[in-house]
Structure formats: C-alpha cells, structure tokens
Write a protein that binds this ligand. Structure first.
Ligand SMILES: [Zn+2]
Length: 229
C-alpha cells in the first residue's frame, strides 16, 4: 500500500539530506521516482542539502499539477514508483491534494519534506494540508540546535541582523540568490525560549559583550520585550 508521508522538522534538521538519501535508497532497489522542489536555496529546479549534495529536480510552480506531471511520465513509458517533494511548505493545498490522489489512485508513494511553521510560528498552508491528509507525519530526529545548545524548534527570520515577527510568509533568504529587496534576510533556528525573547545569536552576542561591562545575565532579554523579562 502506498503512503503519503510528511517528514517535518525545523530548518537545519537534515530534511533535504534525507530526501536525497531516500531517493538513493529507492533507486538502488530498482524503483523509479520523480523529485520535486520549490524555492530551493540552491536555485530553481535543484534539490540541495546543506551538506553539499544536490540533484536536479522539477520546480513546483504555482500552476504545476503533480497529477499531470506524473501521468505524463507514466504514459511516456517511465516508471514512477515514488515521488519526493522537498520544500513542501511552499506547496499550495491543491498541490497536496494532487499528491494524495497519486497515492490513492496510482498507488505511488509520496514522501514530502518540509518545515511546519513559518517565522511567526504559523503553519504554512502546504504544511497544514499535509498534516491534515498524510498517512503519517514523521518528525525528524536529527535535531537542530539553538545557539544556547537547546533543541531548536522555531524558525526565526532575521533582517539585517535583527529578528522580525512580521512580514510576508514567504521570503527566500539565506546566503546568495533570492535576497529580499528590503534588506539582508536570513533564517536562524532557535529554541522556543529564545524565539519568544527574540534573541537570535547576534542579539545574544551583543548581550554577552555588554555583560562584560554591565552585570547582566547572558540569558536576559536585551530589549524591554513584552512578557519576556
Ligand atoms: Zn536557545
């Protein structure tokens, strides 16, 4: 029985690496598959991992229909035993429903990989639909770490070094390519405590420096943020 499986986790927890490993494992067993991604940090139509591995992939555009793409491959005489979908948080709910249909009507395994929540802690629409429809949701066990060493559970958006909690849901940041016009956009994983205190690594460094001068705790909030201090 084919399955729709959603592998979720924060950034830096190895989702894309696992997606590549999954493709390899199936391929060496003689299975054929298709790899999709959307807005990968490595560029269009590439699935790349932070460990430096990458492979070609089909870019999921707004109007791409997974069903049509897969059926075209099958009718072209190619095997499609499984589908790997990376950056699945950027898929639309319609995309996710097309993936579910591949599982149910064509008996194709679908492995989707993505972040669940955005930098405001809100679910991405694609991730929400995956959680609603998946046969299994698998939270990845390779844990990303906050700068403090705790398990990182939240994705923070950092603009020009400062953590922000308002803005467009999708702004591709990181290094190179797709940098927003409003400034240098990066993402950083944080534990919930430091997410709530808006204390990204740069703010922590600044606080540590001032702690050399002033008797402040490193963990203390650098700003008079609500509820935090
Ligand atoms: Zn932390």
């Amino acid at each position: 029985m084919a399955e729709l499986v959603f592998f979720s986790g924060t950034m830096d927890c190895g989702k894309s690496t696992l997606a590549l490993q999954m493709d390899h494992n199936h391929r060496v067993r003689g299975r054929g598959g298709l790899i999709f991604t959307r807005l990968d940090r490595g560029g269009e139509a590439v699935l790349s991992s932070r460990l430096g591995l990458s492979t070609g992939a089909i870019e999921v555009t707004e109007d791409l229909d997974f069903w049509d793409v897969v059926v075209a491959h099958l009718t072209g005489g190619h095997r499609v035993d499984y589908v790997i979908g990376d950056e699945a948080q950027f898929y639309t709910p319609d995309h996710v429903e097309q993936l579910a249909r591949l599982v149910d009507e064509l008996d194709i395994d679908v492995y989707a990989f993505g972040i669940t929540a955005d930098f405001r802690t809100q679910l991405f629409p694609g991730s929400r639909r995956l959680i609603e429809l998946a046969d299994r949701v698998h939270v990845l066990q390779v844990e990303a770490l906050c700068w403090c060493g705790r398990r990182a559970t939240h994705n923070a958006r950092v603009v020009n070094g400062v953590m922000v909690v308002e803005g467009e849901q999708v702004v591709v940041g990181d290094t190179g390519g797709g940098v927003a016009t409003s400034g240098q956009v990066e993402y950083e994983v944080l534990c919930r405590r430091h997410f709530m205190r808006r204390m990204n690594s740069r703010a922590a460094q600044a606080a540590a420096l001032s702690a050399d001068v002033l008797p402040l705790e490193l963990d203390a909030c650098p700003l008079p943020a609500p509820d935090a201090c």
